[in-house]
Design a protein around this ligand. Structure first.
Ligand SMILES: C[S@@+](CC[C@H](N)C(=O)[O-])C[C@H]1O[C@@H](n2cnc3c(N)ncnc32)[C@H](O)[C@@H]1O
Length: 279
């Protein structure tokens, strides 16, 4: 479980330090999501990036829609700082970022909302999606992505298995990378929080975990800081950690192909439209 206070402190801080490797892990997926967003994005008006992180999706949409004003919102101050720096580096004038929470810090009357893998970390998804619906103009689109099941995401299931962990099915909702894995639950959630015209599409991609001169060490550095392996290692006594890391190294070394370490990854891309009532 990864909650709002985690993102405002240690988890957000690590994501800020690791933004280049997290963006790299999404690099093969980003074109699929960006295309789905651009398919419904207006040329003008205002859009919200929900849980924008270091801003990659905001920047891609802002570059493709220069007449659309993008507002990225995220709980993590360090991630917002990086997103702002990247905006300045890209010389984009139609995007700005604020530290804050969805839905409380959204503004009224957006023409579009989107999120790359941000929504499954909402502590209270019903409240959050009602607030998002209320912040959208009637009929305005929402597009987001999220992971499918751990079993379809070998970057998580195989690496966690290598360090002796497993994914338990929580009783009820628990915010985390796989909280939106169930397609029917996504559809029910959207239908009961003010959305209609719901489309949920599977997208498979390659999750780049390691590359460069030593892709295995690169991947270990990444996994031990971010994601479910990092959590399992943090819960492991110090004395037992080196043996688990050795097992992870052996598994990763066996998967290097063409000098890179890619894993199968699986996401949903979800499109819906606000009914306008905010329910
Ligand atoms: C997996 S990261 C994805 C970040 C970014 N969208 C990307 O693709 O790189 C999830 C992000 O959602 C943010 N987040 C989670 N709950 C949030 C909330 N209620 N309001 C705003 N941001 C939130 C976290 O701080 C984190 O940056």
């Amino acid at each position: 479980m990864t909650t709002a206070p985690d993102w405002q402190t240690r988890v957000g801080d690590v994501w800020a330090a690791e933004w280049q490797r997290t963006d790299r892990s999404f690099a093969d997926f980003a074109p699929h999501l960006d295309a789905a967003i651009l398919a419904v994005a207006p040329d003008h008006g205002r859009a919200a990036d929900l849980g924008c992180g270091a801003g990659a999706t905001s920047l891609a949409i802002a570059a493709a829609r220069p007449g659309l004003a993008i507002h990225g919102v995220d709980l993590s101050e360090p991630l917002i700082t990086i997103a702002g720096q990247r905006t300045a580096d890209a010389a984009l004038s139609n995007v700005h970022f604020t530290a804050g929470a969805v839905p409380g810090d959204l503004e009224p009357s957006y023409d579009l909302a989107f999120s790359r893998h941000g929504v499954m970390f909402f502590d209270h998804p019903v409240t959050a999606f009602r607030g998002i619906a209320a912040a959208l103009k009637p009929g305005a689109p929402l597009v987001f992505s999220c992971f499918r099941s751990p079993a379809e995401n070998a970057w998580a299931s195989d690496t966690v298995a290598a360090v002796g962990g497993q994914f338990d099915s929580p009783d009820g909702y628990a915010p985390g990378p796989f909280a939106f894995a169930d397609r029917d639950r996504i559809a029910d959630l959207l239908a009961t929080t003010g959305f209609t015209d719901i489309t949920i599409t599977a997208a498979d991609y390659h999750y780049r975990a390691g590359e460069g001169a030593d892709p295995v060490t690169d991947a270990i550095d990444f996994f031990r800081r971010i994601g479910p392996v990092a959590r399992k290692l943090a819960d492991t006594p110090d004395a037992d950690r080196p043996a688990l890391l050795d097992r992870l190294r052996v598994m990763l070394a066996d998967r290097v192909r063409g000098g890179v370490l890619d894993f199968p990854a699986a996401a949903w891309i979800v499109t819906a439209h606000s009914q306008g009532s905010g329910q």
